[in-house]
Design a protein around this ligand. Sequence first.
Ligand code: THU
Length: 150
Amino acid sequence: MSDPQIDWQELRRAAREMTGHAYAPYSHYPVGAAGLVDDGRIVVGCNVENAAYGVDLCAECGLISSLVAGGGGRLVAFCCVDASGTTIMPCGRCRQLLWEHGGAALTVDTPLGLRPMSDVLPQAFDAGDLDAVAGTDPAAGPEDAGRTPR
Ligand code: THU
């Protein structure tokens, strides 16, 4: 399932190192994330909290921003860890972010082992759902929405 070339130890190390950069004065829960891009780059991120709690940035947000700002590409492997280096699951919102830039085949390090993104976010909503109604008038109701049954 996962490419044997992927150096998971290196990715986990990079993620753990990022927890040292996290800005988490409110939750005291630093998170570090690291991803391997299809061109061999490693992109990283840490959580950045805010006094207005609701606008916290998860570690994955920084990682995705760095991916795109650094030239884009597809994520092929991903992991995130807490301050002790323990693998944690990406939150629901961040699963959606990861899906956009890695898709079903992205391999995710989880507490239960390596899993494809399609297991981490089953039946994901993505650009294909938008394409399914392109050229139709969704406001006209379900009959005209142009969806093909799955
Ligand atoms: N957090 C992340 O950075 N990524 C996740 O996937 C889970 C949660 C952060 C957000 C917040 O700063 C802290 O963990 C506690 O929820």
